[in-house]
Design a protein around this ligand. Structure first.
Ligand code: DXP
Ligand SMILES: NCC(=O)COP(=O)(O)O
Length: 256
């Protein structure tokens, strides 16, 4: 079964645009869980452009109360700064079920590539070990759309990761252009290589109700999808409850 982890970054974008506390990130996350979402994801960025450390603590409490997965995403190499204690410190404080490491910088509008597991192995390993040492499952953001990404993906296992998260931005673009067949084969190959190396496979970035079904048909065995940008956008029209239920239906899970 593929589980749905809803990324609520975009609720915080809206809140921060005016200061104050509305819309309420925890209330939105609760609504997603009430609709049947299996977990909550956030990607607190060092520049605090959306999710802040206090959101992480509050969402950790909610997910603990509800007994669902909390997935915390971030760059383990980004140094702490005012308002951002660092990725490991956040994980140590809240002990998320899953820590997803993403190699991005402040200058990036959003995450747009995975690790190079061969080049980054020695620097990644101590971070993976430390996160596993505090009980987190560790997933590493990975490219499937490049030859190098597919060729190197099995090395995520050598680094000690439990899973990889396939960066699906290129899939979404290919799907929108109406020419996704070759891309589907590339993602299926990347997933197969990862699974053969003993890694679980997650997927995320720009997945939507439009492109998710085709992705899951093309790529067997995806354990988790984390979805935020499109889902929160769709919820503006249909509401969070109906939108989350729409995703669950695509995952083959009908809820009343
Ligand atoms: C790793 C990943 O693909 C998501 O976390 C994505 O980066 C969302 O982050 P933003 O909401 O900051 O774009
Ligand atoms: N890991 C991907 C994620 O959490 C959400 O990405 P997006 O749906 O906001 O692009």
């Amino acid at each position: 079964m593929t589980v749905l982890s809803v990324n609520v970054n975009k609720i915080a974008v809206l809140r921060n645009s005016r200061g104050g506390s509305e819309p309420d990130v925890v209330r939105a996350a609760r609504a997603c869980l009430d609709a049947g979402a299996h977990g909550i994801t956030v990607h607190p960025r060092p520049d605090a452009r959306h999710i802040r450390a206090d959101d992480v603590y509050a969402l950790a409490e909610l997910t603990r109360e509800r007994g669902v997965e909390f997935n915390l995403e971030g760059n383990p190499f980004a140094p702490p700064r005012a308002g951002y204690p660092g990725f490991f410190a956040l994980c140590d404080a809240v002990r998320p079920a899953q820590a997803t490491l993403v190699p991005d910088s402040d200058a990036q509008l959003t995450s747009d590539h995975g690790f190079d597991f061969v080049r980054d192995a020695d620097s990644l390993r101590p971070h993976v070990d430390a996160l596993k040492g505090i009980g987190c499952r560790v997933s590493l953001f990975a490219d499937a759309h490049t030859q190098g990404g597919r060729a190197g993906i099995a090395h995520a296992a050598d680094v000690g990761a439990d899973r990889v998260e396939l960066y699906t931005g290129p899939w979404a673009e290919a799907f929108a252009s109406g020419a996704s067949e070759a891309m589907a084969a590339q993602f299926a190959e990347a997933a197969r290589r990862a699974q053969d190396a003993g890694l679980g496979v997650n997927a995320g970035h720009d997945l939507s109700q439009e492109n998710l079904g085709a992705f899951l048909r093309a790529v067997p065995g995806v354990l988790e999808v984390s979805i935020g940008h499109a889902l929160i956008g769709e919820a503006l029209y249909d509401g969070l409850d109906a939108t989350v239920r729409g995703y669950l239906a695509l995952l083959g899970e009908e809820r009343g």
